[in-house]
Ligand binder design. Structure first.
Ligand code: NAD
Length: 479
């Protein structure tokens, strides 16, 4: 029995504010085209209240011990696991991804809160031997201050959790603006934190016009740190704004992940792993494999296997337990994918499978494999962020690595090989923040998540994840 969708509210200073007295926008189920809820848009007065609340929340939270903070984060994590099934259903209704992916995502979010709860207790300083024995020199780590964070619509649970978890563990307060298109999941996460005992003002949630909110928050002297996940152009824009206000920013932006398949890879297993990895989240994942470079002597064999495993994946409403590929999340992606496929086709690409929108009210696009794509095709340069795999042959590993590193993106890259020598070369020479050899599962709380080049700066998980929410202070004390 599917859960009903949630009432979406802003959370300001511990108070839930519904869409009743606010301008609002619709939440549409991308599998059916139906409106399932309304998102209230914050007014300027709401933004100001959220800032004042966050400033007060910071004072309370920074003076709460790391031990107590960890207890609340762990409790929130347990509540998320307890409520996981009902939240996962809401996530699928608003975002479209199949239920098995939504459950996995919720579980990962709970993992992040647990991980950061423990990391917060390990924020160690140090004592540095002094030149004068009467002086004690201490290096301390302190929370940076109230944070403004912006999360997108493709991972409505993991992206807010990574930001909120790290900020709270470090002792910061945080104002977060999740994606307006998939708001219920973040609201449920906030409810879990509130029910776990998080003091009012430590977490505020806003929705509305993204540019208005980011401008208002980033320029405010209350905010000391910015975090954004989304596209490269918006990342650049927010980075410039944060730079003008002299505020550090963590950016997790787009990607166009290369995959190098060597002739010595286990081709059948590789094709199976890559079909699942490519079409997970309907390809709307920043680290989704997109440019498949396959050694020429196994090119056609790999293509056939890849097409076969792709065609076995059932497309449909994510609430159907048989579904392996859900809809695209919004009409912008349908338009972009349509343009990229048409352009590649016009420039001579072979469409091995898919290539068309599925008729009906939902935003379904067939999982699409394009072979022999021309170098000047749009999809060879722009992030597809959708269910398109581009497959090309290569002759030498040098050539494959050069092609893999050609674009300004540097988020994820993958290699499939049974040769240790090739695996070491790929790990060393691919220009990306995250490299998967013989698999594609990269989102785990204990590992750093982030890109290089235009794909971003900073890391959001692992031991690194908490560091950007901390400042360093030294105290030199003459006794
Ligand atoms: P977009 O560039 O309009 O928006 C991307 C995200 O940024 C959205 O969540 C949006 O709400 C937010 N945003 C936009 N303008 C903003 C502003 N001025 N201030 C604060 N937030 C703002 O693109 P889109 O159509 O929503 O998404 C498609 C593109 O976004 C893709 O090409 C992909 O590169 C990128 N994207 C990346 C990720 C990721 O995980 N890195 C996630 C979602 C989207």
């Amino acid at each position: 029995m599917p859960a009903s969708y949630a009432e979406i509210c802003l959370l300001i200073d511990g108070e839930w504010i519904s869409a009743k007295d606010r301008v609002s926008s619709p939440v549409v189920n991308p599998a059916t085209g139906e409106e399932i809820g309304r998102v209230p848009h914050a007014t300027q007065a709401d933004l100001q209240r959220a800032l004042e609340s966050s400033e007060r929340g910071f004072k309370v939270w920074r003076n709460t011990s790391a031990f107590e903070r960890a207890k609340i984060l762990r409790k929130a994590s347990a509540l998320l696991r307890e409520r996981g099934e009902s939240i996962a259903q809401k996530l699928t209704m608003e975002q479209g991804k199949p239920l098995f992916e939504a459950r996995y995502e919720l579980n990962s979010s709970a993992d992040y809160f647990e991980w950061f709860a423990e990391e917060g207790r390990r924020v160690y300083g140090r004592l540095v031997p002094s030149r004068n024995i009467a002086v004690q020199q201490m290096v301390k780590k302190e929370p940076i201050g109230p944070v403004a964070a912006f999360a997108p619509w493709n991972f409505p649970a993991i992206t807010p959790s990574r930001k909120i978890g790290a900020a709270l563990a470090a002792g910061c307060s945080i104002i977060i603006k999740p994606g307006e298109e998939c708001p219920a999941t973040a609201v449920e996460i906030a409810r879990a934190l509130q029910d776990a005992g998080l003091p009012n003002g430590v977490l505020n949630i806003l929705f509305g016009e993204p540019s208005e909110i980011s401008e208002f928050l980033i320029q405010s002297p209350v905010i000391r740190k910015v975090s954004f996940t989304g596209s490269v152009p918006v990342g650049r824009h927010l980075s410039a704004m944060a730079g003008r206000a002299l505020k550090p920013i963590t950016l997790e932006l787009g990607g166009h992940a290369p995959v190098i398949v060597c002739k010595d890879a286990d081709l059948d297993k590789t094709a199976q792993i890559l079909a699942a990895g490519k079409f997970r989240g309907t390809g709307q994942i920043c680290l989704s494999p997109t440019r498949f470079l396959v050694e020429r002597c196994v090119y056609e064999e790999f293509l056939n296997l890849f097409v076969r495993y792709t065609q076995e994946m059932k497309i449909g409403n994510g609430l159907d337990p048989e579904t392996k590929v859900g809809p695209l999340s919004n009409t912008r992606r349908i338009k972009a994918i349509g343009e990229m496929v048409a352009d590649a086709k016009a420039k001579g690409a072979r469409i091995m499978t898919g290539g068309e929108r599925v008729p009906g009210p939902g935003l379904f696009w067939q999982p699409t494999i394009l072979a022999d794509v021309a170098p000047d095709a749009m999809v060879m340069h722009e992030e597809p962020f959708g269910p398109i795999a581009v497959v090309l042959p290569f002759d030498t590993l040098d050539e494959a690595i050069e092609e893999a590193n050609r674009l300004p993106y540097g988020l994820a890259a993958y290699g499939f090989t049974e040769s240790t020598r090739s695996a070491i070369r790929l790990g060393n020479e691919l220009e990306a923040g995250m490299i998967g050899i013989n698999h594609t599962q990269m989102i785990v709380c204990e590992l750093p998540f982030g890109g290089i080049k235009d794909s971003g700066q900073g890391s959001e998980g692992g031991a690194e994840g908490i560091q950007s929410y901390l400042t360093t202070k030294f105290v030199s004390q003459l006794c």
